[in-house]
Design a protein around this ligand. Sequence first.
Ligand SMILES: [Fe+2]
Length: 276
Amino acid sequence: MPPVITTAEVGNTKIDIAPLEVISLKLLLEDDKAEHLKLYSAASSLGFFYVDIRDSESYITDVEQLYSTTERYFMQPEEAKLKDFVEADEFRGYKGGKNWGSLEILRDDLDKISLPTVVQPDAATIQRFISCSHEMAHTIIDSLSKNLWPDSKNNLKDQHRQNIPSNTSLKVYRGPMLENLGDVADNTHTDGGTLTLLYTDKWGTQVELPWNKEWAWVEAKPGHAIVNVADALQTFSGGRLHSCRHRITQPIAGFEERWAIAYLFRPENGIALTAL
Ligand SMILES: [Fe+2]
């Protein structure tokens, strides 16, 4: 039976809330069998779930700090941000326009490049956020591997070895925030990598429910990461895990600043994208 959909009031608009399971990071780390199964079930049905990180206080503090870093970055004049634009590079630097923007920093570049000046005071926070997010992503793929291949040595860690180059990154976003809802461009997509870990405190993501193809909103939950299965993971799993279609949008008309912080966990460069 499909999960029960609850609703919320935003302005005078009633919106449907997507039924995301809550997975405890603490229980995964304690190797709790029931929690591994719950994670597998969430990743193979909706493909979006929460990971409860309330036991990781310093990580939560870093996420909070990154919201202000993000705000400080995007509040700069456009010409300052354009200095971070990287020509013909899908994975690096600033991209943006009047009502939206993103800044992406590759994990592998951290020791090689200088961060944008306005972000530099938070270099240590960024370093710690990347390191903790990376560990969490590894905990998740290790847990999923146990249920995907219980009788074999297959483990997704082999596609995500620690010291092999990858396009894994930190990406921060601004927008959309438009007066007129009709002006919000449709950007329905699936993510290309392995897992996306997202932190936000606003309504901004809609997912397509796989059982009836209807759209529902992902509620921001304090102390929880919003995590989704991406295309490479769906492929590695032979289609058993679900990379869910979603879009970034706003529930009602009107300007409201909107920030999000994502950790885009991607496979090693050059690895064959095929079922394991
Ligand atoms: Fe996405």
